[in-house]
Design a protein. Sequence first.
Length: 179
Amino acid sequence: MKNENEKFYRANNHIKFSSVIVIDKDGKNLGQLPLQRAKDIALEDGLDLVEIAPNSRPPVCRIMDFGKFKFEQKVKEKKQKKKQQKQSHTKEVRLSPSIQEHDIETKFKAAAKFLAAGQKVNVKLEFKRRELAHRDIGFEVMNKFVERLKEHGTPFGKPKSEGKSIFCMIDPKEAVETK
């Protein structure tokens, strides 16, 4: 089963057009040539003729080592995939309005560690039963916690209330500096 994201490149005898624009192994444009002449040039150099821009008319082909080209494409794809996975990690720290100072310290250390590792942190404060009547206490706890984390990360807006919880997203400092 083929990967849908993987590009398909035609090479040598699989190219179907009578004339192509050719780029040699050094990156020099040789202009529009008949397909057979382009194949002969590639064969003289011991390389392959690879169609790199199939949508243009005539298509653009490059003289290169096709096996090496496919390998480099896979390496690029893996790097991009790895980069995307790193950016999408989000950790969550849960608080409550009746949390004690020692517990806040423990949660703070965990959140600071996540931010230092370059991960986003979602701070969530949940209300249970009658605590919902005292939202002001919840906002007070949340604001103090976010204020302490400011040296490690940047809040993504002010804490917001939604349903039975208050939440705030915090981006790591390094990610903010690179943007």
